[in-house]
Ligand binder design. Structure first.
Ligand code: SF4
Ligand code: SF4
Length: 162
């Protein structure tokens, strides 16, 4: 959905969003519960944790070598690229670098502040990519409302969906 504003080559150079600092473990992607059985069958070594709200994410706490907050650990499904097939990949990862957020007056589609390669010079292309992403995100969020997160002002709002 993003080819005009972010190429696969850009992502190969970067890989940032598949790697998590110890202090950023709240950003690991949420997995749809209906995919866990199949992921567990394909990758029995993968570990998950359930968050207080009931959603499920990966548990990578044993992948760090130190207690440093800045140390990064790769998602276990990243082996020079994501090994998960599209139907098992977390929607968070498919939507990245956009996030569906809840603002004061309704839903927003916003750009994460940390994607270094997303092209923002042509806003019309970025908005077009965001519109397509928003349509899929809103459809997905009907059954998976946990993907909607509270707005934070370090995110740049691209579309106001209210
Ligand atoms: S942070 Fe952006 S450029 Fe880097 S891998 Fe993720 S989507 Fe690609
Ligand atoms: S599930 Fe795949 S795309 Fe998502 S963080 Fe892990 S390796 Fe990256």
């Amino acid at each position: 959905m993003l080819e005009e504003v972010l190429t696969p080559e850009d992502c190969k150079k970067c890989g940032f969003c598949c790697s998590f600092r110890r202090q950023s473990l709240n950003l690991t992607p949420l997995f749809a519960k209906e995919t866990l059985k199949e992921i567990g069958r394909l990758y029995p070594e993968a570990r998950f944790r359930t968050l207080p709200a009931g959603s499920v994410t990966i548990d990578i706490s044993d992948r760090y070598d130190t207690d440093e907050r800045e140390e990064e650990a790769l998602c276990p499904f990243n082996q020079t690229g994501c090994v998960l097939p599209d139907d098992l990949k977390p929607f968070d990862c498919k939507l990245w670098p956009f996030r569906l957020m809840k603002g004061e007056e309704g839903l927003l589609l916003a750009l994460v502040p940390t994607c270094p390669y997303i092209k923002k010079d042509d806003m019309s292309k970025l908005k077009k990519a965001a519109e397509e992403a928003a349509e899929k995100a809103m459809e997905y969020a009907k059954d998976h409302p946990e993907i909607v997160i509270e707005y934070r002002d370090d995110y740049e709002v691209i579309l106001d969906l209210k």
